[in-house]
Design a protein around this ligand. Structure first.
Ligand code: MG
Length: 182
């Protein structure tokens, strides 16, 4: 007997691991600034990290050494494994093709229970067919034919949408499994 497993799609940056804090830190070092996470109230970083061009910000990520500073959020290792065991799990990331291989290698290192076929590079996330989609970017969820969970961040709090809101992957797991995050 086979049982249907719900298909769960998770965004990567800002959902599974913290990219933005090491990115800001490296920007502060290179461009002699003093920005903090709470300063980032818009999704587009170059609107806040104004001493760098958006191309210069992208180049920070193309340096392999940068990625050792990119680490899982609290609960991410334990609850990504639980989600992977209990659901049909995919990591769906809107990533520059030059960065995709770097990110896949980092995921496989940090989360050895994830298989490469579960990692998808997709720029229009609404194309993905899933029961649930978790993202920190409002625009990636709008119009998608899936249940939506926004992963809380300073740049997504000002929204008209009444979606589930999670603060970590433990919340995500509890919302999908039990319908709430308590
Ligand atoms: Mg994201």
């Amino acid at each position: 007997m086979s049982m249907y497993k719900q298909k769960v799609a998770l965004d990567l940056d800002g959902v599974i691991w913290d990219l933005v804090v090491p990115w800001i830190n490296q920007y502060n070092i290179l461009f002699n600034d003093d920005k903090q996470l709470e300063d980032i109230t818009e999704y587009k970083l170059s609107n806040t990290l104004v001493k760098a061009t958006s191309q210069e910000l992208d180049e920070i990520l193309l340096n392999n050494d940068f990625w050792k500073n990119v680490l899982p959020f609290k609960y991410a290792v334990e609850y990504l494994e639980k989600l992977n065991n209990e659901f049909d799990l995919y990591i769906v990331t809107k990533t520059d093709y030059r960065l995709f291989e770097i990110k896949v290698n980092r995921i496989l290192h940090l989360f050895p229970f994830i298989q490469p076929y579960q990692i998808v590079c997709l720029h229009n996330k609404q194309l993905f067919n899933a029961d649930w989609f978790v993202d920190d970017c409002i625009d990636n969820l709008v119009g998608g034919n899936f249940n939506k969970i926004i992963l809380d961040a300073p740049y997504n709090r000002d929204t008209e949408y009444n979606w589930y809101r999670a603060y970590n992957l433990k919340d995500v797991y509890n919302i999908i499994k039990y319908g709430d995050n308590n």
